[in-house]
Ligand binder design. Structure first.
Ligand SMILES: *[C@@H]1O[C@H](CO)[C@@H](O)[C@H](O)[C@H]1NC(C)=O
Ligand SMILES: *[C@@H]1O[C@H](CO)[C@@H](O)[C@H](O)[C@H]1NC(C)=O
Ligand SMILES: *[C@@H]1O[C@H](CO)[C@@H](O)[C@H](O)[C@H]1NC(C)=O
Ligand SMILES: *[C@@H]1O[C@H](CO)[C@@H](O)[C@H](O)[C@H]1NC(C)=O
Ligand SMILES: *[C@@H]1O[C@H](CO)[C@@H](O)[C@H](O)[C@H]1NC(C)=O
Ligand SMILES: *[C@@H]1O[C@H](CO)[C@@H](O)[C@H](O)[C@H]1NC(C)=O
Ligand SMILES: *[C@@H]1O[C@H](CO)[C@@H](O)[C@H](O)[C@H]1NC(C)=O
Ligand SMILES: CC(=O)N[C@H]1CO[C@H](CO)[C@@H](O)[C@@H]1O
Length: 805
């Protein structure tokens, strides 16, 4: 009787819309095309297809259906994504079967003969477990037994159980990290060497190896406690959610794609602005955690790929990876992957023709190490000996010098790269001199210290005592074609070889390069910018050619020379690089590297609101670039026209300051200068109008205005919105700050609201920068420290106390 009642019930349920069903009978299916899912009775979890971002592929998965993130907690077909038209059937003999529209079987719950019995129905349980049952409601299969990268409260892992990380946040195929609850009864995190499943030495362990009383289960209990249960029912606590608020919170433990294992919480009732909060995270520093004692370390690459350096973010304990200078990502879409050299590596054969020293120089990374895989260890060496030894050794790709006066030499690929503030060791990477920097894309390189950059000085400028006049003569001589050298090298006091590239080009060459100045990229007060392509050997280099308006006026001439001089000397990842120039009669042109993502103005004020994190990175980049110009290059440079149109974005959306055309050269002993009004309305500091001395603080002012634009994604002056109190961004931002309505300022932008402390910090910094009195404004060094959160930001006063109320 009960049986037939149940059947009637199922029949009725069949008539209901699919998404309201709890018990799913055999014969039902879901398809990628109808966007339906099977919900748990509470509606909190859903089972079904999720379309992968920006692709026509789908993932059969389970997710939290009532939070905006719709976070995925389980997935079936990470390795074999389902094309549009695929469906999943609930069958009696094999349970769930996922097939493409072509009939290819992509996944099934009976893959490993785990399913014994005849399936009658499936249930999406309120716990997030999808269960297949027979007609007696006996469990035949459950998703909890086959976890992906996440465990949920009430989920238990038996000995031998595994969680596998994803490849990346958005790629669900199997990644390099594993959590295993070992047969011996302890918990470990380890890497594997894909495509095999063999575990390397653990980088984190919990529990112990007590044979008489070993761990039997790994439990994540209903109140968010995560522990190992021993044979004798004792518990070894590992982590716990917050017990008092447990009922209002979702918990999950996830092995993230970067190997970090985290217990998260999320409010159940969500105003739409909450996100997952990490409660507990291991290991503390994955960049350093992976040193297996006496391990066969060469089989282990570390978190980052080969030739890549790992750096930990101390706040969230998540690693980032970056390539050394003159190296770039093998796969640009995989920032955690391996790096390849941007230059051709010659072997020892080349030694017969050229000495290694003539071909290579050393790039220095401080506080960095690449552990293991050295081919020789040289004790009692000096740093100088170490460097020379590598330069002269055709096998050597990298020399590492430790504070203990030991030198290690290594071949490629390098592994286990890591940066650590208190390492003290130095890495010298051997890079080729020719095919030099101007062809290689630039990569974020936080380790590279300014020292090296400062040494990039126009050939001869030191010898000639920085005399502009003499340099101009030198440039003139080069340009007149009596001698032309693409690369000018010199040996600095420390013996390392430096070089710089500044090509002098003829007007004819540029005419050809731009196809007769055909494609205009933009124009400003001082000239028009054209797109062009320069042939460099067998390569083609895409460039932006700035043709200065040649009125012949003295000021233009000075500007041109100043720009060549200044930019030729600067070298920083947040500055646009000058590649060459032309100075022929009336024709004055500057050739810059072409940056693919246009101006910051286009980025900020375009149709799509750009991502908050990206905007923050851009603000950091601009601040670092300005700090470099103000304090770190050999001659202080005041930009004088900082605004979003003068910030360009490269292919990785790094901010690059351009257009030094207005910059005035300040000699070191001279800190202030008077000059005609420069800059652009809306970004101009008050001292320009007041006959006050012009200092680097004018850039700080403009930066402040621009920082507000970056925060709000709107222009500093906007008369069109019709709301008078909002028209001037600087005033409005201060009002919002004073009234505590920063949410209005960021227009309730979700990402910014989640990061509201940073919004507040940034707004405070911006207000400090736009103080009317230049002396009240912080220096760019202070600004970068405040942005980074290294120092506190005090409450700023009203920026213009005499003009606003
Ligand atoms: C599918 O359903 C989800 C949730 O109900 C919704 O957010 C999404 O926009 C839908 N997608 C399509 C293509 O209809
Ligand atoms: C998803 O795609 C959109 C637009 O293509 C993009 O803005 C967003 O960052 C993507 N999200 C992820 C997680 O990749
Ligand atoms: C669903 O989970 C609850 C615990 O929350 C359990 O008592 C119940 O048996 C589960 N149902 C099925 C079908 O597994
Ligand atoms: C995910 O990563 C794997 C391994 O790198 C790759 O083979 C696969 O094509 C990627 N999948 C997607 C959808 O990008
Ligand atoms: C193993 O567990 C038992 C029972 O908890 C305990 O008495 C014993 O000291 C443990 N042995 C080791 C080596 O930890
Ligand atoms: C979960 O474990 C903790 C600690 O062992 C215990 O205090 C709590 O009662 C457990 N919760 C449930 C629902 O079993
Ligand atoms: C979310 O928004 C509500 C009201 O909109 C607010 O009270 C709450 O503080 C916000 N929470 C977070 C984490 O921003
Ligand atoms: C621009 C440039 O110099 N390219 C050269 C890089 O090196 C290879 C091989 O040494 C040459 O073929 C390129 O011409």
């Amino acid at each position: 009787m009960a049986f037939s009642l149940a059947h009637t019930l199922f029949f009725l349920l069949l008539l209901l819309p699919t998404s309201a069903v709890a018990q799913i009978t055999v014969g039902r299916s879901l398809s990628t095309t109808d966007n339906s899912s099977w919900l748990s009775p509470s509606g909190e979890f859903a089972f079904g297809f999720r379309q992968l971002n920006g692709s026509d592929f789908f993932l059969l998965s389970i997710w939290y259906d009532q939070i905006p993130d719709r976070t995925i907690v389980w997935y079936a077909n990470g390795e074999k994504l389902a094309p549009r038209g695929s469906k999943v059937d609930l069958t009696a003999d094999r349970g769930l079967v996922l097939t493409s529209s072509q009939g290819e079987e992509l996944w099934t719950s009976s893959d490993d003969q785990s399913l014994t019995g005849v399936v009658a129905s499936g249930v999406m349980n309120n716990t997030g477990n999808f269960v297949l049952e027979d007609s007696n409601f006996k469990k035949l299969w459950e998703s909890f037994q086959y976890p992906s990268d996440t465990m949920l409260p009430t989920q238990i892992m038996e000995r031998g159980g595994v969680l596998s990380s994803r490849q990346s946040e958005t790629n669900f195929s199997k990644g390099r990290f594993q959590l295993r609850f070992r047969q011996e009864g302890n918990l470990v995190l380890n890497t594997i060497n894909l495509p095999t499943d063999d575990p390397n030495e653990p980088y984190y362990t919990a529990g112990d190896l007590n044979t008489s009383n070993s761990g039997k289960q790994l439990v994540f209990n209903a109140s968010g406690y995560f522990y190992i249960l021993r044979e004798n029912e004792e518990r070894i606590a590992i982590a716990q959610g917050s017990p008092s608020t447990g009922n209002n919170l979702y918990f999950r433990v996830t092995l993230n794609f970067d190997g970090i294992f985290t217990l998260y919480s999320h409010p159940k009732t969500s105003a739409g602005n909450e996100s997952w909060t990490p409660i507990w995270t291991v290991p503390d520093n994955i960049c350093l955690a992976n040193v297996p004692p006496n391990a066969v370390a060469s089989s282990y690459t570390g978190v980052c790929g080969y030739n890549s350096v790992c750096k930990i973010n101390p706040q969230n304990k998540r690693p980032t990876c970056y390539c050394p200078k003159r190296y770039s990502l093998l796969d640009p879409n995989d920032p955690y992957g391996s790096c390849k050299p941007d230059f051709i590596q010659a072997g020892c054969k080349e030694d017969e023709i050229n000495s290694q020293q003539a071909l290579y120089y050393l790039e220095e990374l401080t506080n960095t190490n690449f552990a293991y895989s050295d081919y020789i260890r040289l004790p009692s060496f000096t740093e100088e000996n170490c460097k020379n030894s590598c330069l002269q050794d055709c096998m050597c790709a990298v020399a590492i010098f430790s504070t203990a006066n030991t030198c290690w030499k290594k071949k490629l690929p390098l592994s286990n790269g890591r940066f650590s503030e208190d390492d003290g060791g130095k890495v010298f990477i051997k890079v080729r001199k020719d095919n030099s920097t101007l062809l290689g894309p630039s990569f974020p390189n936080p380790v590279q210290k300014k020292k090296n950059q400062d040494r990039l000085i126009l050939a001869g400028s030191v010898l000639l005592g920085c005399s502009l006049f003499v340099i101009f003569i030198l440039i003139g001589a080069i340009c007149n074609g009596f001698f032309y050298k693409e690369k000018v090298s010199k040996i600095d006091r420390n013996g390392s070889v430096l070089e710089m590239n500044l090509r002098c080009l003829t007007y004819k060459e540029l005419l050809e390069a731009t196809d007769g100045f055909k494609e205009e990229l933009g124009r400003g007060a001082f000239g028009i910018v054209y797109k062009g392509a320069l042939k460099m050997g067998s390569n083609v280099l895409h460039v932006a050619v700035k043709k200065l308006i040649n009125s012949g006026a003295q000021e233009k001439e000075m500007e041109f020379k100043a720009e060549v001089e200044i930019i030729g000397k600067t070298h920083h990842k947040n500055l646009v690089r000058l590649i060459g120039f032309c100075d022929e009669g009336q024709q004055r042109l500057l050739v810059y590297e072409l940056l693919s993502h246009g101006t910051l103005a286009g980025f900020l004020f375009g149709d799509l609101k750009p991502n908050w994190k990206q905007r923050i990175q851009i603000a950091f980049g601009i601040a670092r670039g300005l700090l470099y110009l103000h304090e770190e290059c050999s001659t202080q440079i005041i930009h004088c026209d900082i605004k979003p149109r003068n910030i360009l974005l490269d292919e990785y959306y790094n901010a690059r300051i351009s257009d030094f055309g207005l910059a005035k050269l300040l000699m070191m002993d001279q800190s202030q200068t008077h000059t005609a009004i420069r800059g652009t309305k809306g970004y101009v500091a008050p001292e320009w109008f007041r006959n006050m001395p012009i200092t680097a603080k004018v850039d700080v002012y403009s930066f402040g205005v621009m920082l507000l634009e970056i925060i709000c994604c709107r222009r500093s002056v906007d008369m069109e919105s019709g709301e008078e109190e909002k028209a001037i961004l600087t005033d409005w931002a201060y009002d919002c700050f004073r009234e505590g309505t920063l949410d209005v300022l960021v227009e309730y932008e979700r990402e910014a609201m989640d990061d509201i402390e940073k919004v507040e910090r940034f707004v405070k910094i911006a207000i400090w920068c736009i103080q009317e009195g230049p002396s009240l404004r912080p220096t760019m060094r202070k600004v970068t420290h405040m942005l980074e959160g290294v120092v506190d930001v005090p409450i700023p006063p009203c920026p213009s106390p005499f003009t606003t109320t």
